[in-house]
Design a binder for this molecule. Structure first.
Ligand code: SF4
Ligand code: SF4
Length: 444
């Protein structure tokens, strides 16, 4: 069978999906959680609690600030120890709420029963309000607040909702398990998002390396009008928004534009599941499935983890940090971020914790570029990575901008494929950030 995919570039890294067969397992509660107030794109939430306050699971502890922001809720019951700054995933200092865990008492009104609630008669605005109240953000990527994504500005029309079940990052299997184990809840969540958007058509994109998920989703989707499962060719980075839109609709999101400029909204399967819980069960986003993996992890798995649980504790439940650990990554090996330390907490967007052995992360010998153009062939955005690297290294920002550096989706395909081990992505990221800052200054 010929599967759809995006036409330009892409690579086929080794999949390493060794946790795909492991069912979602609830991890026990830690003794303490550290809940960042900025787990989303946009302004961090404003703290609503102080030292000594008592909270329950679901208590709002951070209030969204500004248009692009999200509320933050306690993931445990217990006593607030302090509100202090921590070093987050990206290495920045950000405020967080430290809570000592005492029992597991949930806020009243949160429905924790397994009963499936399919009917939703709420208006689009009421749905968006519930999603906002529950602090839902995109769980597959940067954590863009979902209520903002679903609030379509006047003059824009959405005719296609794309649900991202691709999970093309090697090692990660959290979304795969969610599709197998929470199929109906995800489908109700998708139907709710669809309702909020005015009932557009829906494509659920799943890569062909998850035949069991495709089968079960296809079977269950028959009960829903307007929803269609579309298997996709296995190719990285199929899960990137622009590539997924191209693969499923043939539409190209122009440089500097958003999916909604071509009539699309893209949402992840994990987010759809969180939307179901928020709207039908009044449950804030306080836990998520995290794939804990790596070749030397003794007890890998797909774990349901409370937000704010520190990585070190999660790794202890998975058998501990292996002796030869070289790097611990939040997310997958391609787009994930190396952790500055193991005290960093799991957030709403932590899809995986990957431990790579020392031998795989040691210093590489970087050779001069041999002009093989493999990086150009691999780039899904049609860029020239070897040139962008050089322009960034020489700080020639105008030329880098003219060559489209801000269109880089930071997929790492170029660096992965380069036979000379050039640090392409490091330089391109640096260049992209600088050019975006210069643009901001220009328009100020
Ligand atoms: S893949 Fe590496 S060696 Fe080949 S052109 Fe690109 S930067 Fe140069
Ligand atoms: S990281 Fe950027 S430049 Fe490199 S392949 Fe991906 S989109 Fe292209």
């Amino acid at each position: 069978m010929k599967y759809a995919t995006f036409p330009k570039g892409g690579i086929h890294p080794h999949e390493h999906k060794q946790t795909a067969h492991l069912p979602i397992e609830h991890l026990p509660l830690p003794e303490q959680v550290v809940i960042p107030l900025g787990q989303h794109l946009g302004a961090p939430a404003h703290p609503l609690v102080k030292r000594g306050d008592r909270v329950k699971v679901g208590t709002r502890i951070g209030e969204a600030q500004g248009f692009i922001s999200a509320h933050v809720h306690s993931s445990v019951s217990g006593k607030v120890l302090k509100v202090d700054e921590i070093t987050d995933l990206s290495g920045y200092r950000r405020p967080a709420v430290f809570i000592q865990v005492e029992g597991d008492e949930w806020e009243e009104g949160i429905d924790r029963s397994p009963e499936l609630v399919t009917t939703c008669d709420l208006s689009p605005q009421e749905i968006i309000e519930r999603i906002k109240d529950a602090g839902i953000v995109g769980m597959g990527g940067a954590g863009f607040p979902t209520h903002v994504k679903l609030s379509i500005p006047p003059g824009k029309a959405i005719d296609t909702l794309i649900i991202n079940g691709v999970e093309c990052e090697p090692y990660l299997t959290a979304d795969h398990r969610l599709m197998l184990e929470k199929t109906d809840e995800i489908l109700v969540g998708i139907a709710i998002i669809r309702r909020a958007l005015g009932e557009p058509r829906v494509f659920i994109g799943i890569e062909a390396n998850k035949p069991d998920a495709i089968r079960v989703m296809k079977e269950r989707v028959k009960e829903w009008e307007g929803l269609e499962v579309r298997p996709l060719k296995v190719k990285y980075p199929q899960g990137a928004e622009k590539q997924l839109i191209k693969a499923l609709t043939g539409r190209e999101v122009p440089s500097g534009k958003l999916p909604l400029d071509v009539g699309c909204v893209v949402s992840n399967v994990g987010t759809a599941h969180a939307v179901y819980r928020a709207v039908q069960k009044q449950m804030p986003l306080v836990e998520r499935v995290v794939t804990v993996t790596g070749n030397d992890i003794s007890r890998p798995g797909n774990f349901l983890v409370r937000v704010g649980t520190q990585v070190e504790w999660v790794l202890d439940q998975a058998g501990g940090l292996p002796e030869d650990a070289g790097k611990v990554v939040a997310g997958g090996p391609m787009m994930g971020k190396a952790l500055p330390n193991l005290e960093v907490p799991v957030t709403k967007t932590t899809s995986g914790i990957l431990v790579l052995p020392r031998k795989d992360v040691g210093p590489r010998s970087v050779e001069p570029c041999i002009r093989c153009a493999k990086c150009v062939q691999a780039c899904p955005m049609g860029l020239e990575p070897y040139l962008l690297e050089r322009l960034s290294a020489r700080e020639r920002w105008e030329e880098a901008e003219a060559r489209g550096i801000v269109d880089c989706v930071e997929c790492g395909s170029c660096a992965y494929i380069c036979p000379a081990s050039r640090p392409l992505l490091d330089y391109i990221r640096y260049g992209k950030t600088t050019v975006m800052m210069l643009r901001k200054k220009r328009s100020a």
